[in-house]
Ligand binder design. Structure first.
Ligand code: ZN
Ligand code: ZN
Length: 264
């Protein structure tokens, strides 16, 4: 397959455009860095979807990046939330008001999105446990630290959703582990947008790794396996730069060997 991943760094570090060539077709993906996490604008003129909505108060930056890429908020037909953590839904309310489009979230997390109350995941690695401990201590001083503007989502996903009706050749699949209601978007051309199912963030390592936070680590590994069974080529995480499915497979195999050998 003629596969090429290009990154045009137009206004580094706010956004990068990825043009993925698979057998002659090209799909546009723009990575929007809205605070500490990535949101992704997928698709072309008048048939776009947005995956995630960044930290709070990033709507102006969102608009600026949209303008720079000659894209209008009204072209977005759906906002998909990979999971309800404050760093992925912080600007959701403001961005939805600009797009006037429905929001889709897993049914299990709709209540959290409705409430606007932040929840902290469990730490599964040493770093993760330390960071969550720090987060809990901070909550004593700033009880609303992880809260966000509440949003009543129009679509509560009880099953996986085909995105063809939104003009995007792909679907939403369920990938629990980081949170119970975590979802990923998988496109037919082999791109996957996975939220925090795996991260690629330097402070935690130099490549795709097991996230330091997860509600259920065993479930998360199972979701990696399910994702890798979808014929994916490239992975766009909620934190850090894209990486290949081959890289994820390598880490998955290493992790599985560790589980078999040590039981952890
Ligand atoms: Zn998260
Ligand atoms: Zn995150």
């Amino acid at each position: 397959m003629n596969f090429r991943l290009q990154a045009e760094r137009r206004e580094k570090p706010s956004a990068e455009r990825f043009l993925l060539k698979t057998g002659g077709t090209m799909t546009d993906v723009i990575r929007l860095r809205l605070g500490t996490s990535n949101a992704y604008l997928i698709g072309g003129k008048n048939r776009r979807i947005l995956v995630d909505a960044g930290n709070a108060r990033k709507e102006k930056k969102f608009l600026r990046i949209m303008n720079q890429h000659d894209a209008a908020p009204s072209e977005i037909g759906l906002i998909i939330i990979t999971h309800v953590h404050y760093d992925h839904v912080g600007s959701l309310k403001a961005i939805r008001a600009l797009c006037h489009c429905p929001v889709a979230v897993h049914a299990d997390e709709k209540g959290i999105l409705d409430s606007g109350s932040g929840v902290l995941p469990k730490g599964v690695t040493k770093t993760g446990k330390w960071l969550i401990g720090l987060g809990r201590r901070l909550l004593r001083f700033y009880p609303e630290l992880f809260d966000f503007a509440a949003v009543d989502a129009e679509i509560a996903l009880k099953e996986e959703l085909d995105l063809t009706e939104f003009g995007i050749p792909g679907r939403i699949i369920f990938t629990p582990g980081h949170t119970t209601g975590s979802v990923s978007v998988v496109l037919r051309d082999g791109k996957a947008f996975i939220g925090d199912l795996a991260i690629n963030y330097l402070p935690f390592g130099g490549g795709p790794i097991f996230p330091p936070f997860a509600d259920n680590a065993a479930e998360l590994l199972q979701s990696w396996e399910n994702l890798l069974a979808q014929n994916i080529i490239s992975i766009f995480p909620g934190h850090g730069k894209p990486f290949s499915a081959k890289q994820l497979r390598r880490v998955w195999l290493r992790k599985m060997r560790q589980v078999v050998n040590t039981g952890t």
